[in-house]
Design a protein around this ligand. Structure first.
Ligand SMILES: Cc1cc2nc3c(=O)[nH]c(=O)nc-3n(C[C@H](O)[C@H](O)[C@H](O)COP(=O)(O)OP(=O)(O)OC[C@H]3O[C@@H](n4cnc5c(N)ncnc54)[C@H](O)[C@@H]3O)c2cc1C
Length: 485
């Protein structure tokens, strides 16, 4: 084997974290090598997760009458003559464009790429192996491990990729199943349940907890469950688990812990994810991982070997593409002492691409209660919003959580059309430490979904005024501030 090639930074994994971390270092003049075992960059975000699933969701909404349910007769079926290749063609074209964008970014930054699987042979050297080629050694003063995560295997039964699938193998199915059991009521389970129900699949969701996406605001979780059951005909079973699963003649029979039997064409298992650290030889160089294979890092994203940083899904929570890219940039800035990005924003919006969408930023009533912080709330239903009426999308609401003392915004939860875009209005106010007065004073375009923020703020002030009548001692609110007409 020839002598190791030398770089300032070696990045392992070309998902969102690896790509952006590599580009950040190269931008500041570092010699960077990016190693990716897959033939194409993009990681889970482009190849198996975010982009394929969100493209499928968009196609499902486009090809069905779901988006126009308030305008036309309620018909939740896929429009006739739509086939699976129609869906896959769109997904393929989005993914190919994403590959191009990433490859251009890598090239523009003069980053060296190597295809192969990397593992540490000593603290400053990795070996890159690829079937049919000579192993290569690559050395650097700094490393960024951005190897992502993979679906957690269920216990008691196996993923076969055909009848029992996980989120990776699901998107390779060659047909839209007639019936599906989704195991897991977390974000991915709920998102896929909605997408396939929209495509006409009869979906049953089995959840070990009582609430769907249990960390959501309780009203958002309840509204989502209501929309999923009433609008999409999804059968939701809470507080139960899988007691047994058999795949026979291309179909699955599932027995639940409450004794119920369910049959379906496909079982989709979404029970969490585990870090992809297994093949990296981290133990050989003394890098610590936790019990789920996530790499332990400090506030500067340094592992237990300080010249090796880790970012993105490889370190676990929050496991979002947006967080992964920011973590990687911050990690690189610390590694090379660049006075540029020193910390990841602590205001991270959170999107759930169910039907309807749910988005959250900042605190919820529950998270504040857990910390013993008092709050007031204000809500506006999209039923009373003109733009929602025009769109025929009146499900959902904007909910503000704020301080009863000075009306400083603590958090926003939105359920409904465009929630994942609308949430950034709340995010901006939060980031500037603003109060709900911003929404009251602002002039939003009309008709717009954003206008719902104003009415949620009026509702909040009116609630606060009623509370003050019961609990004197809070600062008085002038009458004209609470008069939402
Ligand atoms: C179904 C699904 C839907 C999602 N939807 C969203 C969403 O809507 N919004 C959102 O923000 N996030 C979403 N996510 C999460 C998002 O995809 C991840 O947070 C993001 O991809 C993490 O980026 P990453 O770079 O850390 O890891 P990854 O994207 O997983 O990339 C890791 C890369 O490392 C490579 N690799 C691993 N080991 C090695 C090795 N030894 N040598 C070389 N290369 C290696 C892998 O091949 C991969 O390309 C979703 C995920 C899934 C599964």
């Amino acid at each position: 084997m020839s002598a190791p090639e030398q770089f300032d930074l070696v990045v392992i994994g070309a998902g969102p974290a690896g790509e952006k971390g590599a580009a950040q270092a190269a931008y500041f003049g570092k010699r960077v090598c990016l190693i990716e075992r897959a033939p194409k960059p993009g990681g889970a975000a482009v190849n198996t997760g975010t982009i394929p699933s969100k493209t499928l969701r968009e196609s499902a909404l486009h090809f069905t009458s779901l988006r126009q349910r308030g305008l036309h007769a309620i018909d939740l079926r896929v429009k006739p003559d739509i086939t699976l290749p129609d869906f896959m063609r769109r997904e393929r074209s989005v993914i190919e464009t994403e590959w191009e964008i990433i490859e251009q970014n890598i090239e523009r930054h003069g980053i060296t790429t190597i295809q192969g699987s990397a593992h540490f042979v000593d603290p400053h050297t990795v070996e890159v192996t690829r079937y049919g080629t000579e192993p290569r050694l690559v050395s650097a003063s700094h490393f960024l491990v951005a190897t992502g995560s993979a679906p957690l295997a269920p216990t008691g039964y196996a993923i076969d990729g055909e009848v029992v699938v996980d989120s990776d193998s699901l998107l390779t199915l060659q047909r839209i199943p007639t019936s599906m059991i989704v195991v897991g009521g977390g974000v991915l389970g709920c998102e896929f349940a909605c997408m396939f129900a929209a495509l006409g699949t009869r979906v049953t969701l089995v959840n070990a907890r009582s609430r769907l996406i249990s960390h959501l605001d309780h009203e958002a979780s309840d509204a989502l469950r209501q929309a999923m059951t009433a609008r999409l005909d999804i059968a939701v079973h809470g507080n139960v688990e899988i007691a047994g699963l058999q795949a026979v003649d291309g179909r699955a029979r599932v027995t639940l812990t409450d004794g119920m039997n369910l049959d379906a064409d496909v079982v989709l298992v979404c029970v969490g994810r585990a870090g992809n650290a297994g093949s990296l030889g981290l133990d050989k160089v003394g890098i610590e991982v936790d019990e789920r294979g996530f790499i332990r890092v400090d506030s500067q994203f340094r592992t237990s070997l300080p010249h090796v940083a880790a970012a993105g899904d490889a370190i676990g929570y929050p496991a979002l593409a947006s967080a992964a890219t920011e973590q990687a940039r911050v990690a690189v800035c610390h590694a090379f002492e660049l006075q540029y990005k020193r910390r990841v924003s602590d205001i991270l919006p959170y999107a759930v691409w169910t039907i309807p969408e749910v988005a959250v930023v900042g605190q919820t009533e529950e998270s504040l209660a857990a910390r013993g912080i008092a709050c007031e709330t204000g809500r506006a239903s999209f039923r009373h919003n003109a733009r929602s009426q025009i769109l025929g999308a009146t499900d959902g609401f904007v909910k503000l959580v704020f301080s009863p003392e000075d009306q400083r915004l603590f958090g926003v939860t939105i359920v409904g059309e465009a929630a994942c875009e609308l949430i950034h209005v709340g995010m901006t106010v939060l980031a500037h430490g603003g109060t709900i007065d911003y929404f009251i004073q602002a002039a939003f375009t009309f008709p717009s979904l954003t206008d719902a923020y104003k009415y949620a703020a009026y509702d909040g002030l009116q609630r606060l005024q009623r509370r003050m009548a019961r609990l004197p001692g809070l600062p008085a609110i002038p009458r004209e501030r609470v008069s939402g007409d």
